[in-house]
Design a protein around this ligand. Sequence first.
Ligand code: DX5
Ligand code: ZN
Length: 216
Amino acid sequence: MIAPSLLSADFARLADEVQRIADADWVHVDVMDAHFVPNLTLGLPVVQAIQAVSPVPLDCHLMIEDPERWAPGYAEAGARNVTVHAEACTDPRAVARDLKAAGALAGLALKPGTPLEAYLDVLPEFDTLLVMTVEPGFGGQSFMPEVLPKVREARRLVEAGHLQLFLEVDGGINADTIEQAAEAGADVFVAGSAVYGADDPAQAIAALRAQAARAR
Ligand code: DX5
Ligand code: ZN
């Protein structure tokens, strides 16, 4: 699946920007609170407005503190998938249950330096594992291939039947990097600058999807 990130879209024209990626699988919405990460983007009222006009299901990536308090609102707004950061959760299992009770898929995100092993016991509660391939906070950064062993290990656990998860990668995904991520086992690819920076976003989505499918 290809999930273009609205972080690289024109924030003054979000309704048009979601139409430009109508053939994407999910639209990735980066919610940042200027506390968990040193950047501030948008919150629930804007997500509700996007949800009302988007032809594509929303994938909300919450880079915020206190996700226990805020995450369920994004699920109630109708997001398909809501991902919280492991580093910000005091009780990841409870967040997953609340998200699923509100009708969304539940995602757990790991920063590049956060080990998978620390969260193996809670991952059965989740539907999505988001492996950050840059430090969260900004679009347009360089892909970190050193994170891929974490994707490989998660794919191994899924193949062995120990976990059932979408494996999402986020950060620096483009035509030069998507194949390595797909080979490692990712199946959801977030791409901000590679899609919205292209002359033709629809064509960029199709090209990335074909590259990932070939590499898997
Ligand atoms: C970074 C965000 C990403 C960002 C990716 O903190 O989580 O979703 O939009 O942007 P690119 O694809 O440009 O690296
Ligand atoms: Zn993101």
